[in-house]
Design a protein around this ligand. Structure first.
Ligand code: NAP
Length: 282
């Protein structure tokens, strides 16, 4: 079976490709091979004839997206439309990764799949528009909203805190945004289940449990044996171009029920990630 992964060299793409490589023929598409904004990517995919497609390639810099709106829109919406067009012609299912940032964060409980997306930053708008393109054109799709990704092959919060802890005694981190950190390697386990499934639709999938960025930073420092002190600050004191939702915890119940699988807790995931990261450096 031929499985295409766009964004195959990114953080999630790398872990999924690693997971699938023994059982599937992988067709990787990343910016060095093909720009998904260029319509030629459609002909490329038609020639490659994949049986299933994971679409991860995206403009993912949330703050920069506020200043590079045209570029973010092109990649996340026009690029997605090219990928979807190819899936439609090939008549194959697609998995699209969307985000907790499609929600405004005002809900007090975890977001469900049928809650109304109301993004408060431009990146979230482009991902919501990408979802709309898929729903309008395809019947066989899985839209997976996830959050706060960390993994071996990409810049992420865990790596940032880990390196700050080497230099600083005190690290200030916001304590007024809560969500669920998610290990790309754990998400890849769930995503593989879609390949042979016909339970199409929208799913929320994150590691289980929730925390603030402050809690997350404290756990990173304690599990990695660091000595830095983490101090809580408010988002308004951290000048960033894009707003973030205060609550972006996603409710995994639909996925867990339909696929009879519970995602590990974020603390467990973080522990395994830190051990794997340490072992790979030794
Ligand atoms: N990271 C998170 O916390 C998070 C949370 C929720 C949802 N998501 C979604 O999850 C998916 C995977 O995220 P990730 O963190 O693994 O992303 P990532 O590491 O940024 O990987 C995306 C990959 O796509 C490539 N790419 C960008 N523009 C492209 C283009 N025009 N044509 C072809 N390839 C292109 C990127 O190349 P460059 O690196 O050179 O740009 C990168 O290799 C994305 O769709 C993202 O929106 C991420």
């Amino acid at each position: 079976m031929r499985v295409c992964i766009t964004g195959s060299k990114g953080m999630l793409g790398y872990d999924l490709a690693r997971r699938l490589k023994s059982g599937y023929e992988i067709i990787g598409v990343d910016i060095d091979d093909f720009d998904i904004v260029n319509k030629d990517v459609i002909d490329f995919l038609l020639a490659q004839k994949p049986d299933f497609l994971f679409h991860f390639a995206a403009y993912t810099n949330v703050d920069k997206a506020e200043r590079e709106k045209e570029k973010a829109y092109e990649v996340n919406v026009s690029g997605t439309k090219n990928i979807v067009t190819a899936c439609k012609i090939l008549d194959i299912p697609l998995v699209f990764i969307s985000t907790d940032y499609v929600f405004d964060g005002r809900k007090k409980t975890p977001y469900r799949e049928d809650d109304n997306p109301e993004p408060i930053n431009f990146y979230g708008e482009t991902k919501r528009d990408g979802e709309k393109v898929i729903i309008a054109i395809l019947k066989r799709y899985f839209i997976v909203r996830t959050s706060w990704l960390f993994g071996k092959n990409g810049k992420n919060f865990v790596k940032s805190i880990f390196s700050l802890a080497q230099e600083k005694e005190n690290i200030a981190v916001v304590d007024d945004q809560q969500g669920s950190p998610t290990y790309t390697s754990d998400l890849a386990v769930s995503l593989e289940m879609f390949i042979h499934s016909v339970q199409y639709g929208i799913y929320h999938i994150t590691n289980s449990g929730l925390c603030t960025w402050f809690d997350f930073a404290e756990k990173i420092i304690s599990l990695s044996g660091g000595k830095s002190v983490v101090s809580p600050i408010k988002s308004e004191n951290l000048k960033r171009f894009a707003k973030r939702p205060q609550n972006s915890v996603l409710d995994n119940t639909l996925f867990e029920t339909k696929f009879c699988y519970k995602m590990p807790s974020w603390e467990d995931a973080l522990g395994r990630y830190l051990i794997e990261d340490r072992d790979s450096k030794e």
